[in-house]
Design a protein around this ligand. Sequence first.
Ligand code: SF4
Length: 902
Amino acid sequence: MGPVTGLRVDGLLVEVPEGASLLDAVRAAGGSLPTLCHDDRLRPAGSCRTCLVRADGRITAACVTPAAPGTDVATAQEDLRALRRDAVELIVSGLPPRALSADCRSELADTCRTMDITPQATASEASKGRDDSHPYVQLDRDLCIACGRCVRMCDDVQGTFALTLTGRGADTVVAPGTGGPWAQSDCVACGGCVDTCPTGAITRPGPGRGITTAQSHPESVRTTCGYCGVGCTLDVVVDGNRVSAVLPALDGPVNQGHACVKGRFAHGYLTSTERLAQPLIRKNGHLEPAGWEEALALVADGLRDAVATGGPDAVAAISSARTTNEENYLVQKFLRTVIGTNNVDNCSRLCHAPSAAGLSAAFGRAGGTDSFDDVEKADCLLVVGANPVEAHPVIGARLLQHALAGASLIVADPREVGLAHHADVHLRPRPGTNVALFHGLAHVLVAEGMTDPDFLRDRATGLPELTELLTRHTPARTAELTGVPAELITAAARLYGRAERPAIVYGLGVTEHLHGTDGVRTLANLAILRGAVGNTGRGYGITPLRGQNNVQGASDMGALPDMLPGYGRVTDPEARSRAEAVWGRTLPAQAGLRIPEMFEAARRGSLRALWIIGEDVCATDPDSRQVVEALDACPLVVVNELFLSETAKHADVVLPVASWLEKEGTFVNFDRRFQRVRTAVRPPAAARTDFDVVHAVAAAMGADLGCRTPAEALSECGRVAPLFAGLSHTRLDREGAVAWPCPAPDRPGEATLYTDAFTTPDGRARLSAAPYLPPGETPDAAYPLLLVTGRRWAHYNSGSMTRRGDNLLLEDRGYLDLHPQDAARHGLHDGSEVTVESRHGRARLTARLSSGLSPGQVFCAFHFPESGVNALTSGHADTVTSCPEYKVTAVRLTDGTARTTP
Ligand code: SF4
């Protein structure tokens, strides 16, 4: 705790942190005041006058009055009570009686009950009307008290600025700033306005209507969001076995009372009639319902046959970034100990494998260098190849608020992503030219003396080689290679180079390239050159925004073909023997197959059994035609799924499993925090957790994997992997979140890495002198446009969960964004159906004109598998990690009516 202020509240001496308000002081003294315009997440407004107190004899609103040392605060005097009651009565006098009805659970209704203000004291029913146009946010204007909390939540927390107050006097009400219905506004349905509204004027429809705090619902379950890698802490309010509402936890370590449309609202899939409720077995070419016993026997027999025919390496598994750590741990343990192969991988192969490889090579560990709480202290943010406002909305909002509060912001992205609107400098490199751009920035840092010589001398290696290479990357040459004007390169480098505490945040726009690992390493060069990494006090390193909820954890748990849990190499006898001692079996010593190699082996006939857990590879992996061919060629394909996904349709056995709201375990978020996942509702019918399914398959093969519960699995993992030795469910239940490395139960997790030394073999950070090499595809006469793929705010990954609920009303199809010039050239307009062709396949999308793209570049997501977007993407992949080059595909547009492939 920092400096404190001492003062008296009703005679009681209290201490509050410097900068606290009198409201904080009253609460610290155990008191409470009505606060209808106040929310701790927002800057105080002091407009409702319901929190009046007397401070040194003067009556003032407690929420906006600083707690000065020695102040004598009175709250309980009769005249103050009367004033506060008058203020509340005045507010409710304009509301209809239902605002205070007995079943109303709003903050206002509770306040009135506490103050004995009854509905009879209110005015008769008014009729300003409703706005029910939006699927998740509904407005009853008659209940609006114009407190402005919703507007400030939208501005100060979410940063969308979608709301305003309109009208005068008693007719003032909240409204979308764009005018018109809410559904057509800029609202991104983060739910912040719903949560903060004190009267029930803004609510969500459905059973959760009016629920704004989890505290009053003892049946709520605290868990971690299962969508993106931000790792928001959510309180799930349940009614029987149904989710009534999902609320962001005010004390969530990452989200701090905020969430996004996915975590907050997209749980309709839980009760979708399309949920798989029993196993399916392929018979005579068709998937037919079966019992678990039959399905498990078929899987076990198929795995045995595969091993008998082709040896252990004829079996492989794709584990899941969607499942828990404990499930990933069990999957890789099954492959390594029961089958005897290292053929296990996870979808980080398709997104952040270059981060793991690049950050390990540069610093020693396969994760970001600093906690996001530290990143938020930076005075300069360099955000590269990421669109967090849409893909990681809570982090996007925190970054935006930090920039609005004064941090300088450099955005490097080909598109005009959300943060770019607020950037000091927006660099728009041609897709595939990142390495050249980072070298250009580094050139300016070196040429203008904006480096840290002491750090480079004492804690880094590789400077001579890099300096030599950088001589060829002048801003002018970089401009030629990247298309970014030289003066912008210099301006960005100076902003980063002259900042006192810069931080780098990046996303898949850095990794999903032919030279993605080089991209990560040469981006890391900037932090090393500045000495802005390694707890130097001169910056906050480099942080990857991990995509899926547990993509960090899946790799941490060893669901990788070359790594055991905790990143011990399978080729390292010491790491192997540590695992062998715990698992009681000799482990294979050669690295297994990566995901693309698994498909290749299946097509070749050497892979005879593939178990895919929670990944829709036919929708999300590149060159999907080849993926389908691989699955069809493999004698046994087993898929664990919630729905009959594109991949499940090609399986021989489909096993129905539980979702993240239906099981126990842990996830690791993007800044390496372990957090608990807890069961809020039961899965449907015969669906089981992946944890139980892996155990059951092992048992069907006569093996016992031990660790009967997820808690036991995490503890066992800690014995295999020293990085996690201090972690347990009990500790996480107690502490909420713990970062790794965490080598002992009595030691805190290391949120900031490399406090003393880097964990490379020589303890030094390594600069990379990787040369710039062109991307795998470039536009030409036949395919003149460059396609970039990414995410949209309303959907997630293959969309299997977000498309089964009302998020579909927010975005109902796959769109192709293109510049108006390109649209005009092709005779397209908003809403035109368009066929996109690459050298690899064809997709059908709906055109959407956007000046946020450069001419010659088009953008789409793959949330709608029927569009066939990944039929377009190529087989080019990062030369180090095999991460696909999703960000660069040469395409052309036709107006044809050809059918979508595959
Ligand atoms: Fe979930 Fe990510 Fe949204 Fe948070 S930002 S609620 S983790 S999807």
